[in-house]
Design a protein around this ligand. Structure first.
Ligand code: XLS
Ligand code: NI
Ligand code: NI
Length: 437
């Protein structure tokens, strides 16, 4: 029996519906700020969590059955995953997927054989894409699971391993181009260090940049016009990862001349691991014109690792959507880099998890619309900086002032007035009023 055979196509039934296999807030056709909800929210399925991960953790084995009726580790299984995945996406109305090379096929010892398998499976995937209209959001190479990457890929100490990484990147770019993917992504899971005692940080960062430049040159030579993404994460698996957060990744991209080709893929749980809110990293990316895509998940405030939960925190989704709308939308989409918790092992759990995530982001979008239309938050921020709209403030803003001039002005002030209340509590109350009033 096909894995999702008992699952109906998921439809919008509204907030009052008690049907768990229906959307309660995600109404794809609903117009929000002039666009369909589905256009605001291009959701994507993560191949690895959805079709691969089955609950294995440090202390126990799989709880879920992701065999999809075939023997794991075989090409028959790889094909069964494709068929189940497309059935799953169609039932949920998800229009994109994201993948790593090794999510698609079992990896062989010899990369030539792995690549042959990838050619075979990608023909099958492409046929499914053409049949269903489902598209590829981004592809990437897994440069962290295989033991050869224990010291990194672009940042490895071994030139041979570096070449192997290059080969995987080349093939993953080929696949992304074959699928017409919107973007190619780098997540530097092992691009970092365990101890400075054995690490040449500067050289490692230069080598990562060289790999990225070669990737851009290669993809462009194939006619790929999409974005490249870096997905920042501060730690896990490494103690320190070079793409620590949005600000660090942007600095790196500018330092090495990669900022014209790259944007950022911000993952909620990575931002919180870096000690930021999700909306902080979105703001930093957005204000630099580099907000490309989102890995939509959430962490657990009590656990210090990447739990990759499906997002249910509506405040966070609301602040996320505010940042996305203010940045003018995403060039990418919302990839559910998220997994069911280990005891939620049924296929129905998987479907309900996606419904939860999609409904949460729909709520976030609707709330962000309300906040924008209400206008009080925007008006407050504008007013807060009003002293820079005229007089000496305007001169500063226009870049027409000198330190001597400002000091002379300060001499005339006596004790300056306090800068005005920040009114954080008032603004939080306004948000609650807008959301629940
Ligand atoms: C791991 C990352 C990973 C990337 C893709 O923490 O989130 O899943 O999204 O390699
Ligand atoms: Ni992650
Ligand atoms: Ni991710």
């Amino acid at each position: 029996m096909a894995a999702f055979e008992n699952i109906p196509a998921i439809r919008y039934e509204g907030a009052a519906s008690e049907n768990p296999l229906a959307f309660h807030f995600y109404d794809p056709e609903r117009i929000v700020l002039g666009r369909k909800m589905s256009e605001h929210l291009p959701f994507a399925m993560s191949w690895w969590h959805t079709l691969g991960a089955a609950g294995t953790d440090m202390f126990g084995r799989d709880t879920a059955d992701k065999s999809f009726g075939a023997e794991k580790g075989t090409m028959a299984h790889a094909r069964a995953k494709v068929d189940a995945g497309f059935d799953f996406m169609q039932k949920l109305g998800i229009r994109y997927f994201c993948f790593h090379d090794v999510d698609l096929v079992p990896e062989a010892d010899d990369i030539k054989e792995t690549n042959r398998r990838l050619d075979e499976i990608s023909d099958h995937i492409l046929a499914k894409m053409n049949e269903t209209g489902i598209k590829c959001l981004w592809g990437t190479a897994n440069l962290f699971s295989n033991p050869r990457y224990m010291n990194g890929a672009g940042s490895t100490n071994s030139a041979d391993v570096y070449c192997f990484a290059a080969a995987q990147v080349k093939k993953a770019i080929d696949l992304t181009v074959k699928f017409g993917g919107k973007a190619y992504l780098f997540w530097g899971g092992r691009e970092g260090y365990e101890t400075l005692l054995n690490t040449d940080v500067k050289f490692e960062q230069e080598n990562i940049a060289r790999l990225m430049h070669m990737a851009v040159d290669y993809a462009r030579s194939l006619g790929f016009t999409g974005d490249f993404f870096i997905e920042p994460k501060p730690k896990e698996p490494m103690k320190h990862q070079y793409d620590y957060d949005a600000a660090t990744a942007i600095g790196f991209l500018r330092e090495y001349g990669l900022d014209k080709d790259f944007k950022l893929n911000i993952e909620a749980n990575h931002a919180t691991l870096a000690g930021h809110t999700f909306e902080h990293d979105l703001r930093i990316a957005g204000m630099n014109g580099m907000l490309g895509s989102i890995d939509a998940n959430q962490g657990d405030p009590h656990l210090g690792w990447d739990t990759d939960e499906f997002p249910f925190d509506v405040y966070t989704a609301t602040y996320c959507m505010l940042e996305v709308l203010r940045a003018g939308g995403l060039t990418g989409g919302f990839n559910f880099d998220a997994k069911c918790r280990r005891p939620s092992y049924t296929m129905e759990d998987l479907v309900e998890s996606y419904i939860l995530g999609m409904d949460t982001y729909a709520l976030g979008l609707l709330n962000a619309e309300k906040i924008i239309k209400d206008g009080r938050l925007d008006a407050f921020v504008k007013e807060r900086y009003a002293s820079f709209e005229s007089g000496i403030g305007k001169k500063i803003r226009d870049g027409n002032s000198t330190l001597v001039e400002l000091a002379a002005y300060a001499d005339t002030l006596g004790a300056p007035a306090l800068p005005g209340s920040g009114k954080a509590e008032h603004l939080e109350a306004v948000v609650n009023q807008i959301l629940f009033g």
